[in-house]
Design a protein around this ligand. Sequence first.
Ligand code: DOR
Ligand code: ZN
Length: 349
Amino acid sequence: MTTTLTLKRPDDWHLHLRDGGMLSAVAPDSAAHFGRGLIMPNLVPPVVTGADATAYRNRIMDALPNGHAFTPMMTLYLTETTDPADVAAAAHGGLITALKLYPAGATTNSQSGVRNIEAVLPVLEVMAEIGLPLCVHGEVTDSSVDIFDREAVFIERVLAPLRQRLPQLRVIMEHVTTADGIDYVRGGGDNIAATLTTHHLFINRNHILAGGIRPHYYCLPVAKRETHRLALVAAAVSGDPSFFLGTDSAPHPDPAKLSPCGCAGIYTAPNTMACLAQVFEQENALDQLEGFTSLHGAAFYGVAPNAGTITLTRGDDPVPVPPSRSTEEGDLTVFDPDVPIYWCVTAVN
Ligand code: DOR
Ligand code: ZN
């Protein structure tokens, strides 16, 4: 049995680091394992302009621990008033790696997002021209659509027509949660890829709702039924370069999660790599883990894999879930995968 695994240092292609006290509390966890993180822009107010991204990047650098080797890759939050020239300038200067499309109202801090896709076409056309990728939160917000169907309906109503119109646009379907999403990306050619989160490889909707409501498993897109989880696991371990890790590690302090209207988001940065090793081992696919965490995403984004390595070791006993982090706004609970995890990170170089 494999007990030690050394991989190229992984990247997290979908990461929420927040700001202020929360940023200081969580940045060390991502920097401890990952070489790069694609930083989501859904702050309040959002990171919309190149100037916003520069300022946010500086705050992230200040929050990183001494001696870190972590590079934040910045994104801009696409709004209906985003200036295509500002986007092009930020991309050409290497400041930003992607734009993020949030349908208005789809998730945490998405109020400034897009209501009418026509309004952002000029920006998308420029992005297609210069090869700047669009990260998509793929859920419709139409209240008449059941929350469990919102991803599949988004593909049909928004994503497929958009990509027919702008086939050169490079798109990442973020945090895919359905077999429909997997199938769409698999047959979609070179200009589409998908990120998969850690938590969606472990939980289905029973984890949230059966035997008591468990707010720490609530995120968006919401976890679906088991058949969908199995499709996500199959895609992750398949070796298909269209699928790679974006944790969507999304810290909310416990008081904001454990409330009558709790926030969506699961904090997975500390134990993502250990959890993933467990899934890939379970699927007899440890040889595919490096592609998923460290190679496929870099290739899609057109950057070289990280130079460093990470080593994971399998012990004889399960490793406990990491303890809650303390933040200015209260404790921050770390994801509990609900199955024993025998792996842990033992070296990062
Ligand atoms: O669960 C989620 N949390 N999904 C998102 O899309 C946003 C994120 C957050 O920012 O908390
Ligand atoms: Zn996210």
